[in-house]
Ligand binder design. Structure first.
Ligand code: UDP
Length: 328
C-alpha cells in the first residue's frame, strides 16, 4: 500500500493527478493530509488521515514535531510518496525512513544551492533526496542534479502539475495575473506591491489581478494595491482560467512558472534565483529587484512563445509514475 502525503495547496495540486491515475488503474493507496494549509485546501477530497499541527513558538519545529511518532499512519504502508519541499514533506519522509519504509519523492532534484533561498525549502528537498529511494524528477536538469549527488533510482517523469492542464485552451487578453507571497521575500513584499501598483498606473490598458495569499504578513500590505484588482485566493480551476487567458504573469511561485510555460504565457519571476532554470530566457525572466519590474514589460508584451516547447513535461507524468510504482 502506498501512502500519498500532502499538506499545502501546491502539494495537493501536484499529487492529485497521481491519485486520479491510481484510482483509474485500481491501485491501492491511502492519503495523509499533513495540515500545513488548512485554509487553502477546503475543497480537497477527504484524506484517510488528517494531522493538526501543534501550536508552538516555532512553526517549522511544530510541523516536524507533529508528524513524528504517528505510528498508526504508517501501519501496512510499503512506500511513502512525498511531494516537493515543505517541512511536512521532509518530516513525513524522515518518519518513513525511521521505519525503513521506502520514500518516493515527487518533483525531486530541484536545487538553487542556497540553503536560504527558497527557505526552508532548499534544505527540505536536499534532505528528502538523502532519504528517498525513488526520485521522480521533472526534467533532465533535476535528474542531473541528483546524479551529481550520487543518487540511484532517478527517473525523469515530467511535472505532474501539467497533467491538470491537458484540457485547457489558451486565449489572449489584457489581463496580468500576479502572485507574490514567498517567505524569503516577506520583508520586501511592500516594495514589490508598490512596484506592481506603479505598473498598473503606468499601463492603464492592462488589467492587473492579484489573488492575495492568506499569510497576514502579505495581506497587511494589500491597501498599497489601489490600481490592482485584489481578490481572494482562487480555486485551482478558476486560477487556471485566469492564467490561460492572460497577457502575461508576474509571480514568485514555483508551480506558476511551470503552468505558465505549459500554457505558453510569458512569466516574470520575482526572485533572486529560480530552480526552474529550464524555462529561463524563453518562457521566463528573473526580476531580482522591484525597481527592475517596469523594464521587463516590453519583453512580456512582445515575446512570442507559440512555437517554444514547454521544458517541464508533457502532461502525462502521472501515467509514467504509475507505470513505475505499479508493483509496490
Ligand atoms: N494557485 C491557485 N489559486 C491561486 C493562486 C495559485 O490554485 O489563487 C495555484 C497555482 O496554479 C499553482 C499553485 O497554486 O499550481 C502554486 O502555489 P504556491 O505559489 O503557493 O506555491 P509554489 O508553487 O511556489 O510552491
Amino acid at each position: 500500500m502506498l501512502l500519498i502525503t500532502y499538506g499545502t495547496r501546491p502539494e495537493y495540486i501536484k499529487v492529485l493527478p497521481v491519485i486520479n491515475e491510481m484510482k483509474k488503474r485500481g491501485m491501492l493507496f491511502k492519503t495523509f493530509f499533513t495540515g500545513q494549509h488548512t485554509d487553502l485546501l477546503k475543497k480537497a477530497e477527504k484524506p484517510d488521515y488528517i494531522l493538526s499541527i501543534d501550536n508552538g513558538p516555532n512553526r517549522l519545529d511544530s510541523i516536524v514535531q507533529s508528524i513524528l511518532n504517528k505510528e498508526e499512519i504508517f501501519a501496512d504502508i510499503r512506500c511513502v510518496m512525498v511531494q516537493g519541499d515543505t517541512s511536512s514533506a521532509f518530516a513525513t519522509a524522515l518518519a518513513a525512513f525511521h521505519r525503513k519504509i521506502p520514500v518516493a519523492h515527487l518533483e525531486a532534484g530541484l536545487r538553487t544551492y542556497d540553503k536560504y533561498s527558497p527557505y526552508p525549502e532548499e534544505f527540505n528537498r536536499c534532505a528528502i533526496s538523502a532519504l528517498a529511494e525513488i526520485h521522480l524528477c521533472p526534467t533532465t536538469v533535476s535528474a542531473a542534479n541528483l546524479k551529481k549527488e550520487g543518487r540511484n533510482g532517478v527517473h525523469i517523469v515530467g511535472n505532474t502539475v501539467l497533467d491538470n492542464l491537458n484540457e485547457v485552451t489558451t486565449t489572449a487578453s489584457n489581463t496580468v495575473v500576479v502572485t507574490l507571497h514567498r517567505r524569503e521575500k516577506l520583508d520586501q513584499i511592500k516594495d514589490w506591491f508598490l512596484a506592481v501598483n506603479n505598473l498598473a498606473k503606468e499601463h492603464k490598458h492592462l488589467e492587473f489581478i492579484l489573488p492575495i495569499h492568506p499569510n497576514p504578513e502579505v495581506k497587511k500590505h494589500a491597501n498599497i494595491l489601489s490600481d490592482v484588482k485584489v481578490v481572494d485566493p482562487m480555486g485551482h480551476t478558476d486560477f487556471i482560467k485566469h492564467l490561460s487567458s492572460c497577457a502575461f504573469i508576474i509571480t514568485d511561485s514555483g508551480g506558476v512558472q511551470e503552468e505558465a510555460a505549459f500554457l505558453k504565457k510569458p512569466c516574470i519571476v520575482c526572485r533572486d534565483f529560480t530552480e526552474r532554470i529550464e524555462g529561463l530566457g524563453v518562457f521566463s525572466v528573473l526580476c531580482k529587484e522591484p525597481s527592475e519590474l517596469s523594464g521587463m514589460i516590453k519583453w512580456a508584451t512582445s515575446v512570442d512563445l507559440s512555437s517554444s516547447v514547454c521544458p517541464y513535461g508533457d502532461g502525462k507524468s502521472a501515467q509514467y509514475i504509475c507505470n513505475l510504482i505499479n508493483n509496490i
